[in-house]
Design a protein around this ligand. Structure first.
Ligand code: CA
Length: 270
């Protein structure tokens, strides 16, 4: 990943950023205050009712240096999430008392923007779409390799820290969220405010699939938009960001939505 973390956004600027990027504004306001730096121990909340899975995941994460709290049902998970500041939440979907979707929905309704990685037992696309629509950041179908889980956890934590940077760099794309200047391969790109909001929505969550509904809520908020508005704007953005460049950054994920990322073939391993 060619993402460089430059200066941390001071809280004053962070507050201004919030007006640009509403649904994720707590990343700027809370994260900037609460996280102290690279060496801080990361605390992860695992909400999983299967004792065997919970034990294995907890042990593996602890060996990787994380501190892990386990909640055995959805209600307990919500209580713990309210009590402590977690760097990440691992969320099983089929849970007693309150299922994972409801937990996700409730967390986002509380303006809790902790990254959520869903552990999905079923591989139905509709389950994933539902989770992503409710504000989860990524999903991992069970059964999974622990290494894969660890890689997703690292990626989400890294992505979360991108929210605290002023300049987002993805390959040769550069977005200065302070001046709202965008360039690719050193060439400045002029975007309309709407195109800019769409680009930042995608870039700030690099690699995450954003469904059309999430994009609509992020970029168009409460305004009326036509059913194909997102697709139309993605098309406009592609012309400005990707046209004429060998490496395409904006990708359609069929049946799910859109993502902005460096294709695997072109990404330096990290
Ligand atoms: Ca379960």
């Amino acid at each position: 990943m060619k993402v460089q973390l430059l200066d941390t956004i001071p809280s004053r600027i962070a507050a201004e950023q919030a007006t640009v990027f509403l649904p994720f504004h707590n990343f700027f306001t809370f994260a900037a205050y609460n996280k102290k730096g690279g060496n801080q121990v990361m605390r992860i909340l695992l909400i999983e009712d299967e004792p065997d899975i919970a034990a294995v995941v907890k042990q593996g994460l602890e060996e990787a240096g994380y501190v892990v709290d386990v909640a055995e049902d959805g209600m307990q998970g919500l209580d713990l999430a309210a009590e402590r500041n977690y760097a990440l939440i691992l969320l099983d979907l089929m849970l007693p008392r309150l299922d994972g979707w409801r937990v996700c929905e409730e967390l986002r309704a509380r303006r809790d923007t902790t990254p959520i990685l869903m552990l999905t037992a079923r591989d139905a696309v509709s389950d994933r779409v539902r989770g992503l629509d409710l504000g989860a950041d990524d999903y991992l179908p069970k059964p999974f390799d622990f290494d894969e889980l660890l890689a997703r956890v690292r990626a989400l934590l890294r992505r979360d820290s991108i929210h605290k940077t002023r300049i987002i760099r993805i390959a040769d794309l550069e977005i200065d969220t302070g001046t709202r200047r965008v360039s690719r391969a050193g060439q400045e790109i002029v975007l309309t405010p709407r195109e800019y909001s769409l680009l930042v929505a995608l870039a700030a969550r690099q690699g995450r699939v954003l469904t059309r509904d999430v994009i609509r809520e992020t970029v168009w908020a409460d305004e009326d938009s036509y059913s194909n508005t997102v697709d139309v704007y993605i098309g406009l953005l592609r012309k400005k960001i990707d046209a004429g460049h060998e490496v395409k950054l904006i990708h359609t994920v069929h049946g799910l939505g859109y993502t902005l990322k460096v294709p695997r073939d072109n990404a330096p391993s990290d």
